[in-house]
Design a binder for this molecule. Structure first.
Ligand SMILES: NC(=O)c1ccc[n+]([C@@H]2O[C@H](COP(=O)([O-])OP(=O)(O)OC[C@H]3O[C@@H](n4cnc5c(N)ncnc54)[C@H](O)[C@@H]3O)[C@@H](O)[C@H]2O)c1
Length: 481
């Protein structure tokens, strides 16, 4: 069914009003006088007198602190709304209030948020649920969702409309209208030119793994806030965690599947059976992906080894993991020693913002048994297995030297019901903050969110991204002052 295009640009006059500059605002006030306000003066003279007197008293008798309080509580725009829509007032009154409050109005600007449908192969997640849209709309923002964007995750257009969002028929219309784009995966080529100068794009980018994307975002002068580099004070990555949890758990599910003989694996059951040894699983990186993979593999009865560079992390894992999980320091010697006996290798290392190091090199494949399965979860950061290149859910594996490579860069996309909810639980508080305060103010107030800024108006502001391609980067503060 063709979805009807709704020109909602003029809806929510109050919200639009708040974005107007002084002159536009005055013209608006003047025109409202003619049609709405003057006739009402005659109808409610006492109410008018009482209301305006109260306001004048408030303005003249209160101190600057009181005005600040008004501003903080958002009463000023509320007053305008009531004043223009319900109560009568006159021109002098309008001019007076405009002069007093026009500078304040700017601080109450609302944001237009666009949620395009993901176009990456088999990507069924969506960046905002109807519940999330409602939270933004409740705060005065306007949300546009591309038709059918939520279908893959089980959210229909009518659910978004019921939450107050507007449905747009095309990806072009969604990018065109929005000040902030909320996405899941990095923009892909057809989207590069839809992104505009000064448009805030809040999504996963994984810049360091793909130079053309980095160059395209530099060229379109957008503001790129990357989920994967937003940090918490303890340096953890709150917007990467939920998807790493999904991908880590899924890596074992997929690995177990491709170990089956008809799918080109060694033909070994992960947990073994009584009298037959279980499969051996090597997990590179003991972070969120690694821990979740280890839990699943251990639960299925496999013999698991986790390698990491961080000794405190290995100590922690040794404490919390079950008896069939061992820990080992990550280095070339230890990796090579294990290659001949493992059945499944999971790549889950990360150096934030940078390309993943190649821990399994091309020459190591010959040391593995035919049918060994490699699942490189870190492929979105360039991969930690040299022979890995990104694959899709449609065609997830390829084989080199009899070794099965699974390198899907958007693994959680295959389980959108789980992934969309897990992702939006984490991103929504940041999206609300960005919409309420604008990206500059929100990033000034939150050091962790500031770390998410990767490219701003043509400048790389995340050093590891610049270093990955030998491109210059500038200090993010240059753009925040
Ligand atoms: N393919 C997908 O669909 C998908 C989904 C989610 C996450 N990921 C990716 O998975 C990777 C891991 O994410 P995470 O959340 O677990 O990160 P994390 O920061 O929680 O863990 C990374 C771990 O790697 C370790 N490490 C770094 N260098 C190492 C080395 N040389 N040897 C061994 N360990 C090393 C770190 O000490 C850390 O413990 C990231 O690249 C992330 O983007 C991919």
């Amino acid at each position: 069914m063709q979805t009807e295009y709704k020109n909602t640009k003029n809806q929510g006059g109050f919200k639009q009003l708040l974005g107007y500059d002084f002159l536009q605002f005055y013209n608006f006030a003047y025109s409202q006088n003619e049609v709405l306000i003057i006739p009402k003066i005659n109808k409610y003279p006492f109410l008018f007198l009482a209301f305006t007197s109260l306001i004048y008293l408030y303005i003249f008798n209160r101190t600057k602190a009181a005005l600040q309080e008004l501003k903080k509580q958002g009463i000023i725009p509320l007053y305008f709304y009531i004043s223009f829509k319900i109560f009568p007032c006159n021109n002098i009154h309008n001019v007076f209030l405009t002069i007093i409050f026009a500078p304040q109005i700017k601080t109450f600007e609302t944001m237009i948020i666009g949620v395009p449908k993901e176009i990456k192969n088999n990507e069924n997640r969506v960046a905002l649920t109807p519940g999330g849209a409602k939270e933004l709309i409740k705060r005065g923002h306007t949300v546009y969702v591309q038709a059918t964007a939520g279908n893959g995750s089980g959210f229909s257009d009518s659910e978004y409309e019921a939450a107050g969002a507007n449905i747009l028929p095309t990806i072009e219309a969604t990018y065109d209208i929005a000040e902030m784009i909320m996405k899941v995966k990095e923009p892909i080529e057809p989207e590069y030119n839809l992104i505009k100068e000064d448009q805030l794009v809040f999504t996963y980018f994984h810049f360091a793994s793909y130079e053309p994307l980095t160059k395209a975002m530099i060229a379109n002068k957008s503001i790129c806030l990357a989920y994967e580099t937003v940090e918490l004070p303890d340096r953890s990555l709150p917007l990467l965690v939920p998807m790493s949890e999904v991908a880590g758990r899924m890596s074992i599910q997929e690995g177990a599947k491709y170990l089956e003989k008809p799918l080109k694996g060694r033909g070994i059951l992960l947990g073994g059976v009584p009298g037959v040894s279980p499969a051996k699983v090597l997990i590179l990186g003991g972070g969120v992906v690694g821990t979740n993979a280890a839990k699943m593999a251990a639960g299925m009865g496999a013999d698991v080894t986790i390698m990491d560079l961080s000794l405190p992390r290995l100590r922690y894992l040794d404490d919390v993991m079950p008896a069939n999980v061992n820990t080992m320091m990550s280095n070339e010697y230890n990796i090579r020693k294990m290659l001949g006996s493992v059945d499944l290798i999971i790549g889950g290392v990360l150096i934030p913002g940078a390309k993943a190091p190649s821990l399994i090199t091309r020459d190591m494949l010959k040391d593995m048994r035919p049918g060994t399965v490699l699942v490189d979860v870190a492929v979105d950061q360039g991969g930690c297995i040299e022979t890995c290149k990104p694959t899709t859910h449609e065609d997830p594996i390829f084989i080199i030297d009899d070794i099965v490579h699974y390198c899907v860069a958007n693994m959680p996309g295959a389980v959108p019901y789980t992934s969309t909810l897990a992702l939006t639980n984490a991103t929504l508080p940041y999206a609300i903050n960005l919409a309420n305060k604008g990206w500059k103010q929100a990033c000034k107030e939150d050091e962790g969110l500031k770390k998410g800024l990767n490219v701003i108006n043509g400048d790389i502001v995340y050093k590891a991204v610049g270093d990955a391609f030998n491109l210059p980067s500038v200090d993010v503060e240059q753009h925040l002052s």
